[in-house]
Design a protein around this ligand. Structure first.
Ligand SMILES: N[C@@H](CCC(=O)N[C@@H](CS)C(=O)NCC(=O)O)C(=O)O
Length: 477
C-alpha cells in the first residue's frame, strides 16, 4: 500500500468510483429491487450458457448466507461449474409457497430441470448423478462406496454434535447447563472437550486413509460434507473456548485439510469469514437443531430491515439475545475477541481484485449503507434535525474516501484531508476537524462490524475493507 499523496486528494463522485471498481473486479451480483438483501451473488458459471438459455438448476437458500447446509450445495455447484439461479428464502418468515413445496420446509432445496430435491446430502448426490462433468465421487468402486459410506454416516459419527456441545458448554439437547458451581462447570467443559477431541482423533485417522490432503485423496463430496461445520469450529472454538484447531499438533492432517479448503478457488465466493461465523454464534446463540432459523423466535426486529451491505442485528436485540442464548467469548487471552477477523492459518491474501470488489460493493450500494449508519449506529440521537443533512454529507465523504483508498491501494491519513467541493461548499469553511473525525469514526467502525460474509461481499473483499478501515481509524485523531 502507498500513502495517500497530494495528487490523489481530489475525491471522485460515486459514479466515477463505481465505474473504476467494476472494471477491475470479476465478482458479479444481481439486484433484487425492493427485497432484502437487495443484491445476491450469482453463479460464477452463468456465462457458460448460450444467450437466452435458462440454467437447469435453481437453488433455494437462506437470505443471509448463514446456513451450513446451503453452503454445501452452493460449494458443489461452483466446484462442478454448474450455472444456477438462486432464490433466497427468508427463514424468519418463510413464504407459504415454499412450505407447501418442500415437505421439511427447510433450506436448502433445489430444482434440477424442474424436479425438486431437498436435504443437502440428497441434493449433492442428485447433482452428482445428473452432472458428470467434474465428478466429486471416486470412480473406483471400492473407494466410491467408502466415500458414500462416509457421506451416509456423517451425522452418525457424532463429530459435529460433539463440536457444538463443546461450543455451547452444555451437553447436546440441553438448554440449561447441568452444573452451576464453577469447578463443576469447568469439569463439564473438560468432558465436552475430551469427547470432541476423541471424535477429532478419529477424523485424523480417516484423513490419513488415502494419500493426499483430502478425505479420499482427491477432493470429493466427503470434503464438502465436512467443510461448513469444521470451518465454523476452527473459527468459533478459539474465541468461545480458547481452543484452537489450527496449529494444534494433535491434528496435523486436519490442519492441512482446513488450509487446503480455505484456499480452494471455487470456495472463495461462498465461504463465510471467521468474523461472520463468530458474530453469528455471539448474536444468535446456539439452539440445537435450529441453528439459524431462529430470528422471530428470539424476538428480533424483522430481518427485512437489514440493508444489503450491513448485517447482523440492532444493538438492542444483540443484548437481549446475548443474555438469552448467546455463548460468551472467553477473555483469558486478551488477544482473542468475538470480532477477531481471522484465526491463525486463515489470513486472506490481499489482492487488488478483493479491494476492487469491496469498492464496487460499497459504491453500488452507498445510499443504503449511509441510511443504515444513520438509522442504526446511534448517531441520530446526538444530532438535531437541522444538522442531519451535513452529517449525511460527512458520512458520504468518509465512505468515498474509503472506496477511493481501496481503489488506489493507498493508506488514508485523516489529517491529509482531500478536497471535496460538494461538502466544502456546503460547510462554507465552518467544518470542525474533531467533529468531522467523530462522524467518520462512527461511520467507519459501524460499517466494518456490519459486513456479513458471504452475503455482502466475499471473505477476501471483507478483509480488504476491514484493513483499510482500520488504517483510516488508526490515524483519525
Ligand atoms: N438436514 C437438513 C438440515 C437443513 C436445515 O436445518 N436448514 C435450516 C437452516 S441452517 C433451516 O432451514 N431452518 C429453518 C427452520 O428451522 O424453519 C439438510 O441437510 O439439508
Amino acid at each position: 500500500m502507498k500513502t495517500e499523496t497530494s495528487q490523489q486528494k481530489s475525491l471522485p463522485n460515486w459514479e466515477e468510483l463505481l465505474e473504476v471498481a467494476q472494471q477491475n473486479t470479476t465478482a458479479k451480483w444481481i439486484s433484487r429491487p425492493g427485497q432484502t438483501p437487495a443484491t445476491a451473488t450469482i453463479s460464477s458459471h452463468l456465462h457458460r450458457l448460450s444467450p437466452g438459455e435458462k440454467p437447469s438448476v435453481l437453488l433455494y437458500r437462506d437470505t443471509h448466507g448463514w446456513c451450513p447446509f446451503c453452503e454445501r450445495v452452493w460449494f458443489a455447484l461452483e466446484e462442478k461449474q454448474i450455472p444456477f439461479e438462486t432464490e433466497l428464502i427468508d427463514l424468519s418468515n418463510k413464504p407459504q409457497w415454499y412450505k407447501d413445496m418442500v415437505p421439511t420446509a427447510l433450506v436448502p432445496a433445489v430444482k434440477i430441470e424442474g424436479e425438486l430435491v431437498y436435504e443437502s446430502k440428497d441434493i449433492l448426490l442428485a447433482l452428482e448423478k445428473k452432472f458428470d462433468r467434474f465428478p466429486l465421487l471416486p470412480i473406483a468402486s471400492q473407494e466410491r462406496s467408502a466415500a458414500l459410506d462416509m457421506i451416509e454416516n456423517f451425522d452418525a459419527n457424532g463429530l459435529v454434535k460433539s463440536g457444538y456441545a463443546f461450543l455451547r458448554g452444555k451437553p447436546a439437547n440441553s438448554e440449561q447447563s447441568t452444573e452451576t458451581i464453577p469447578e463443576q462447570i469447568a469439569a463439564q467443559l473438560l468432558n465436552l472437550q475430551t469427547t470432541f477431541e476423541t471424535k477429532s482423533d478419529q477424523l485424523e485417522v480417516t484423513l490419513g486413509q488415502y494419500p493426499g490432503v483430502y478425505f479420499m485423496g482427491e477432493f470429493s463430496l466427503v470434503d464438502i460434507m465436512y467443510t461448513p461445520a469444521l470451518r465454523r469450529f476452527a473459527a468459533n472454538l478459539p474465541v468461545f473456548r480458547g481452543y484452537s484447531l489450527y496449529d494444534n499438533d494433535r491434528f496435523p492432517r486436519l490442519n492441512q485439510w482446513l488450509t487446503a479448503i480455505n484456499k480452494r478457488s471455487s470456495y472463495q465466493r461462498i465461504k463465510p469469514s471467521a468474523r461472520t461465523n463468530n458474530l453469528i454464534i455471539f448474536f444468535v446463540g446456539l439452539i440445537p437443531h435450529r441453528l439459524h432459523g431462529v430470528q422471530n423466535y428470539l424476538g428480533l426486529e424483522s430481518p427485512c430491515n437489514f440493508p444489503p451491505v450491513s448485517c447482523l442485528l440492532s444493538p438492542v436485540s444483540f443484548f437481549n439475545m446475548h443474555k438469552l442464548f448467546g455463548v460468551q467469548p472467553i477473555h483469558k487471552n486478551k488477544s482473542l475477541s468475538v470480532t477477531q477477523p481471522q484465526p491463525h492459518g486463515e489470513v486472506e491474501s490481499q489482492t487488488e481484485e478483493y479491494s476492487m470488489e469491496a469498492a464496487a460493493r460499497l459504491s453500488s450500494n452507498y445510499q443504503t449503507v449511509i441510511a443504515d449508519i444513520i438509522k442504526n449506529s446511534g448517531i441520530k440521537k446526538w444530532v438535531i434535525q437541522e444538522t442531519l443533512p451535513s452529517i449525511e454529507l460527512a458520512i458520504d465523504r468518509h465512505l468515498r474516501r474509503l472506496v477511493h483508498c481501496l481503489i488506489e491501494g493507498s493508506i488514508p491519513l485523516f489529517s491529509d484531508k482531500p478536497v471535496d467541493s460538494k461538502t466544502d461548499q456546503q460547510n462554507e469553511g465552518k467544518e470542525e476537524p474533531a467533529a468531522d473525525a467523530a462522524v467518520g469514526a462512527i461511520a467507519l467502525a459501524f460499517l466494518r462490524n456490519r459486513v456479513c460474509v458471504p452475503r455482502d461481499m466475499s471473505a477476501g473483499a471483507a478483509v480488504a475493507l476491514e484493513t483499510t478501515i482500520d488504517a483510516m481509524l488508526s490515524s483519525i485523531y
